[in-house]
Design a protein around this ligand. Structure first.
Ligand code: ADP
Ligand code: MG
Length: 642
């Protein structure tokens, strides 16, 4: 860096003639090192400060070339160039490195000029100011700044630094990556990323920050450059100068869109769960009522001749009971509770069967299937799976009143990354089924509620709002999950994951129904806390030739069984009773006779609790309400297998 110092050429001599002054004293007392040399760079004189700065005594330097002493290879060329400039008549001022006698480099600010030109004699004056401390400080500052800069840039969270007017002066890469703008585009402007509805709140927070100087935080929204709206957690702190006055702010904007989405899904799942419990409770009581009606009708039918005009009426009642039972079955599918009869199943076959039936009802819709060949098997209840696919297909049909296309795809899927799902799903092998329609789609609000029981957008009489609720419950009870993706006007995709069976388990084919219908009459003990159920079941059983004893509680059942001293062939045991429940009763019975035959009955569908009891060695399960035929064939099965 070489320039011409104005102070050197611009002598002010109006009041005083400097030529009259003895400048020796001035030169000697200067705290800068001063060297006088001739045109050949030979040192003529140095002042005491020069000795202090460079370590050379005057007698060591006088007569030597100045550049030989205080420069080295690195700066020699520069020194020569400077000499030439000076000799050509131009004074110079620059900063650079020079070397002490002991070799340590020092930073100096140098002024060189010709001071005398008399009788062909040239005197060159050089002034060296030691600026090592200043340079060192500047370097340290620069270093620490670049360190802070690196931290700023390395932060995964978007950060912006604003001046007091709210204009951005710095932003890190994470900011540009998330929002799209870089600093050049928005310098001297407000970043156009505050949505209108967030402006007020944002302004208030800025005011608060300015007024109190304390960090502020808030949940808000910001736009990206390409127009997406993000949920943002914003925290801002004031930047203050050493006097404590605010000179700007630093703002971190964390993207919490995904976190919010997962949280919302989690809460939705929780709400569904409590609704399920509620619905299950209602369905359970309702089933017991239906059981009473069904039982009585069955009994009347046995007494009624088919030509009797009442026969048709009774059949009609039975039909209605059946529809009521179907409805509760849907509710129970949704509710906690489980599979009826889980068996190894080939999902592809079930999809094909349901697809064929559906296509027959809607000739204007075409189903395209892309089913994985070696799809793993799942353990599931056949009729519940039918219910799942039919419900989804029927909805897709409703969404395409003028016809369209449905795409069904199945895949083997390995889930390892658990947290990708908001529901509790274990890592492992799954069968993935996705069903896509090209229908009307859903807006976000509808999409969030589709699995809720009784949620429907279809008019009165058209929708029950139970379809997807039961689908949800069934899938969940099978250990799977169901998701929906949809946009208004762009169709919908339902994605189902069902846990796959181990390959060797898959080989176990579904066991065929037992066809043996041979009747074995004997003694049956019915245990149920509801009189109505006891009453009709007893009559039904007697009707088909069994001797029946009843018990109103678990305790009584064990008592009666003991009294009968091994004469009871079968116990029909209600699973849920106050006091001693089904499981305990079963244990009590087993203590009396280890291979006691027990048919478990419940208003709930087959669930965890039932499975537990079944695993303890229970002989069968029947869901209330049951018809006489169902009951009798169940009993036959059990007794025939002994
Ligand atoms: P329902 O069919 O009786 O209305 P569902 O539980 O089967 O009850 O569905 C609930 C709601 O979800 C429907 O009313 C509809 O608004 C929406 N829905 C379900 N499937 C689709 C689909 N494929 N396309 C658009 N909307 C759907
Ligand atoms: Mg439906």
């Amino acid at each position: 860096m070489i320039d011409t110092p104005s102070s050197i050429n611009n002598e002010r001599t109006d009041a005083l003639n400097l030529k009259d002054l003895s400048i020796e004293q001035v030169l000697k007392n200067s705290s800068d090192g001063i060297v006088l040399s001739n045109e050949r760079n030979t040192i003529l004189w140095v002042n005491p400060a020069f000795t202090r700065i460079f370590g050379y005594l005057p007698e060591e330097v006088v007569g030597k070339d100045i550049d030989d002493l205080i420069t080295n290879e690195d700066v020699r060329d520069e020194a020569i160039q400077i000499s030439e400039t000076v000799l050509s008549g131009k004074g110079v001022k620059f900063e650079g490195l020079r070397y002490r006698k002991d070799g340590t480099p020092i930073h100096v600010q140098v002024i060189v000029d010709i001071v005398t030109r008399k009788e062909n004699r040239l005197i060159v004056y050089a002034n060296y100011r030691d600026i090592t401390d200043r340079v060192r400080m500047e370097n340290a500052l620069r270093e620490s700044e670049s360190r802070i800069r690196a931290v700023f840039e390395a932060s995964p969270e978007p950060i912006v630094v604003y001046d007091t007017d709210g204009y951005p002066i710095l932003m890190n890469r994470a900011f540009t990556r998330l929002f799209g703008w870089n600093i050049e585009e928005v310098k001297g402007k407000h970043i156009p990323f505050v949505p209108d509805e967030e402006k007020e709140k944002t302004k208030d927070k800025i005011e608060e920050l300015k007024r109190y100087g304390k960090p502020v935080r808030m949940m808000t929204k910001r736009l990206t450059r390409d127009g997406r709206v993000l949920d943002i957690f914003l925290s801002a702190a004031a930047i203050k100068d050493e006097n404590g006055s605010i000179m700007g702010s630093v703002v971190t904007l964390s993207d919490i869109t995904e976190r919010n989405r997962l949280e919302a899904q989690f809460y939705a799942a929780q709400r569904m769960e409590s609704l399920g419990t509620l619905a299950g409770g209602i369905a359970h009581d309702f089933n017991n009522l239906l059981m009473g009606i069904q039982g009585n009708v069955s009994l009347l039918l046995l007494d009624t001749d088919t030509f009797d005009p009442k026969y048709e009426r009774l059949k009609n009642i039975e039909e209605h009971v059946k529809r009521g039972a179907d409805l509760t079955r849907q509710l129970l599918g949704f509710a906690r509770g489980g599979m009826y009869e889980p068996k190894p199943l080939k999902i592809n076959d079930i999809i094909k069967a349901n697809g064929t039936i559906f296509e027959r009802t809607r000739k204007d819709i075409r189903i395209h299937m892309n089913l994985e060949k070696g799809l793993w098997m799942v353990k599931a209840d056949r009729s519940q799976m039918d219910q799942v696919f039919m419900n989804v297909l029927i909805n897709a049909g409703h969404a395409m009143p003028d016809g369209g296309d449905i795409f069904i795809e199945t895949n083997n899927a390995v889930i390892s990354q658990v947290h990708r799902f908001p529901y509790t799903i274990n890592p492992g092998n799954y069968v993935k089924i996705s069903i896509t329609d090209t229908g009307v789609g859903m807006d976000e609000q509808t999409r969030q509620r589709v699995f809720e029981p009784f949620f429907t957008t279809k008019g009165l009489g058209r929708g029950t709002g139970l379809g997807l609720a039961s689908v949800y419950g069934i899938i969940k009870n099978h250990g799977g999950i169901i998701n929906v993706y949809s946009e208004k006007g762009k169709g919908s995709t339902f994605t189902i994951y069902l846990p796959a069976l181990d390959p060797d388990q898959s080989k176990l084919s579904a066991e065929g129904e037992k066809e043996d219908k041979s009747k074995t009459k004997g003694v049956i003990l019915i245990v149920d806390d509801e009189d109505m159920v006891l009453d009709v079941s007893k009559k039904m059983l007697e009707m088909i030739g069994y001797e029946v004893i009843t018990a109103k509680s678990g305790r009584e059942a064990v008592e009666r069984y003991k009294q009968m001293k091994g004469r009871v062939n079968l116990v029909i045991l209600d699973m849920i009773m106050p006091g001693m429940g089904g499981m305990e009763t079963f244990r009590g019975l087993k203590e009396l006779k280890s291979d006691v035959k027990v048919l478990l009955s419940s208003g709930y569908s087959y669930n965890e609790q039932a499975e537990k009891i079944m695993n303890m060695g229970c002989s069968g399960f029947i869901q209330k309400p049951f018809t006489l035929q169902e009951l009798s064939s169940r009993i036959d099965e059990i007794l025939a297998s002994s």
